[in-house]
Design a binder for this molecule. Sequence first.
Ligand code: PEP
Ligand code: MN
Length: 337
Amino acid sequence: MIIVIKKGSTDEVVNHVVEKIKSAGLAVHISKGKERTIIGAIGDEGLLASIPLQAMPGVEKVMPILKPYKLVSREFRSEDSVVEVDGLKIGDKQIQIIAGPCSVENQDSLTAAAVEVKAGGASILRGGAFKPRTSPYDFQGLGEEGLKYLREAKKATGLPIISELMDPRDLDLMCDYVDILQIGARNMQNFRLLKDVGRTKKPVLLKRGLSSTIKELLMSAEYIASQGNSQIILCERGIRTYETATRNTLDLSAIPILKEETHLPIFVDPSHAAGRWDLVAPLAKAAVAVGADGLMIEVHTDPENALCDGAQSLKPTKFSILMEELRRVALAIDRTI
Ligand code: PEP
Ligand code: MN
């Protein structure tokens, strides 16, 4: 249920409504927009039947949220949400670019990549320390050592860092090091993990599962939001189809659909979608054109010898050229990079 509070109402008025809802046994989430405050009452709406919310002072209207996802829906918040990371605004007019290697390999190559992507215009550094590999015999990541290298690369460049969390047992450790927690495609429906990150205050980038629908992605975001963390960024990274020419099929239609359904920022990862470096640039440009708020791009200083995903990684020079092209696409749709 959404309770829209009249413009200019005092905190006292809002608190009175909040207390009523809580006393009926429902959870309350407050969204303070520029214009209005909206109260989301989440839980069994039948419990509110005996409370005349509509008649309470300050209440403008009371509406049911018809979608199964509540807090992340456009119905709950009509304005776009902006996630702030180290002063960067994600989901605002400026498109933010996350770039860096698939996995952290050593300090020198990571810092070199960080310096290069920053020079190209990236605003966030990526690098996996815990890697979700299909084979248990492939490189699994450096763990905490990798997180330390990321922290050093941040010191050297000032770029905030994002890295993937795979296991709730690593949550505190990850929170000590990273600015954004990444939930990978394979864990999109690890509900325990989602609830745990939902209890933190860290921004979370949630990637769409390999075989997940848009609705399932939004339900997973709702798991995080339901625990109190609304700093969520969604990421389309390609879904599994019958097509074998690419690693996955980038679902570009998901971006405008998600924009309609949710107020959360939407990113696109053309690298994992394509699995081929030569397709990264065209897909990245298309993603910006259809309204993505940001991109996640794999960049490696020596893709041929990368320990993970070299085939889809751009060399820094190619990344810089792409950034120039992306600036022109962004300009055409009245955005900046
Ligand atoms: C990644 O970004 O490192 C990754 C493993 O991506 P995905 O979860 O989309 O496969
Ligand atoms: Mn990768």
